[in-house]
Design a protein around this ligand. Structure first.
Ligand code: PEP
Ligand code: MN
Length: 359
């Protein structure tokens, strides 16, 4: 993917490129009101989901093709470029006929090579030059993400971009989808000319966290942001907790700091921010480990087993020291870390066995 072309040559855009609009197209009124407000705040690219892949059946699955003329009207009346999600051949044909300027492939679709290939074939058949953004697959698999983009590339499309929207996880977390920043960073390293967008709406799942994740993305030199914006977020038919009004979006965009990518101190800032991120992830992992430890503690209590089982600890230490050395870390370092983690696990298990910890 070396000879990529500018995504939106018709617009003279500076970094970051902003794409905004509702999660779902709901009505002509909702679409036009949102688009006009966004446009008057200087947004040039409108998004709106016409077909919605939902995790569970029974939810709102998108307004369908009757919404396409509304997107077309947005383009005619505001001059904004219009975009929507496609997942199959019929979507591509209908979207292209409606004059859509950019399509994106959703996270559930990019995890499925058959579906991506169908979209790629339909794009090729249309012979149209269109921009295509590919969201990361729901699972943290960089090769699958790259594979999806290559299918689009092999169909002759040269206006390709990636969208980082975080990765699914199980259980309760701060974010709806974990950012796992090292994955998009590795993508940038491998494909420096591939434009990359961040979708803080789907990463956070919460309005209040959008601005901090958007800033983190800019600090990591992302090229743009795709943010869900709705004229009345509380009554949105999908993803209402993560949608913001065009007015709030404007405030957020005005407070974001766009850094000069060439300055060396900024490089340091970006590296430090990566360290901060990794530290947060380490903390989350440790907390997760402690929760499992507590479950084991409960089991040991119920089965009257001793808390400390030396053989298990020795095996674990031996394996991690070996793996750690292969990764370039010293034996002492691994032993110290493991000892600290183990000590805290034992302390928590003892509390459970002695009835102090009710977890
Ligand atoms: C969307 O953009 O509304 C959407 C469905 O996102 P994702 O594919 O990232 O879940
Ligand atoms: Mn959404």
């Amino acid at each position: 993917m070396e000879d990529l072309k500018p995504l939106f040559p018709e617009l003279n855009l500076s970094r970051p490129i902003i794409i905004a609009g509702p999660c779902s197209v709901e009505s002509e009124e909702q679409v036009m009101k949102t688009a006009k407000e966004l446009s008057s705040n200087g947004i040039r690219i409108f998004r709106g989901g016409i077909w919605k892949p939902r995790t569970s059946p029974g939810g709102f699955e998108g307004i369908g093709e009757i919404g396409l003329p509304w997107l077309k009207k947005v383009k005619e009346e505001t001059g904004m470029l219009i975009s929507t999600e496609v997942a199959n051949k019929a979507h591509v044909e209908l979207a292209l006929n409606a004059g859509v300027d950019m399509v994106w492939i959703g996270a559930r679709t990019s995890a499925n090579p058959f579906a991506v290939q169908e979209v790629a074939d339909a794009l090729k058949e249309s012979g149209k030059d269109i921009a295509v953004l590919v969201k990361n697959p729901v699972n943290p698999d960089l090769e699958l993400w790259i594979g999806a983009m290559k299918r689009i590339y092999n169909a002759g499309i040269r206006r390709i971009g990636a969208i980082h929207r975080g990765f699914s996880t199980y259980g309760k977390h701060l974010y709806r989808n974990m950012p796992q920043w090292h994955i998009p960073i590795e993508l940038q390293r491998r494909y420096p000319s591939l434009p990359i967008f961040c979708d803080p709406s789907h990463i956070t799942g919460k309005r209040e966290l959008i601005s901090s994740v958007a800033q983190q993305a800019l600090d990591m030199n992302f090229d743009g942001l795709i943010i869900e914006s709705h004229c009345d977020p509380d009554s949105a038919w999908s993803d209402k907790n993560q949608q913001i009004t065009p007015e709030v979006l404007n405030v957020i965009l005005n407070t974001l700091v766009v850094r000069d990518e060439t300055s060396t101190t900024e490089n340091l800032t970006s590296l430090r921010q990566q360290i901060d991120r990794i530290n947060d992830e380490l903390l989350e992992l440790l907390a997760k480990r402690m929760r499992i430890t507590c479950e084991i503690g409960q089991y040991k209590k119920e089965h009257k087993m001793p808390v400390i089982q030396q053989n298990r600890y020795n095996d674990l230490m031996e394996r991690l020291v070996k793996n750690g050395e292969e990764l370039g870390m010293s034996e002492d370092f691994i032993k110290n870390i493991l000892a600290a983690i183990h000590e805290e696990s034992v302390r928590q298990q003892l509390e459970i066995v002695n009835g102090k910890n009710k977890k």
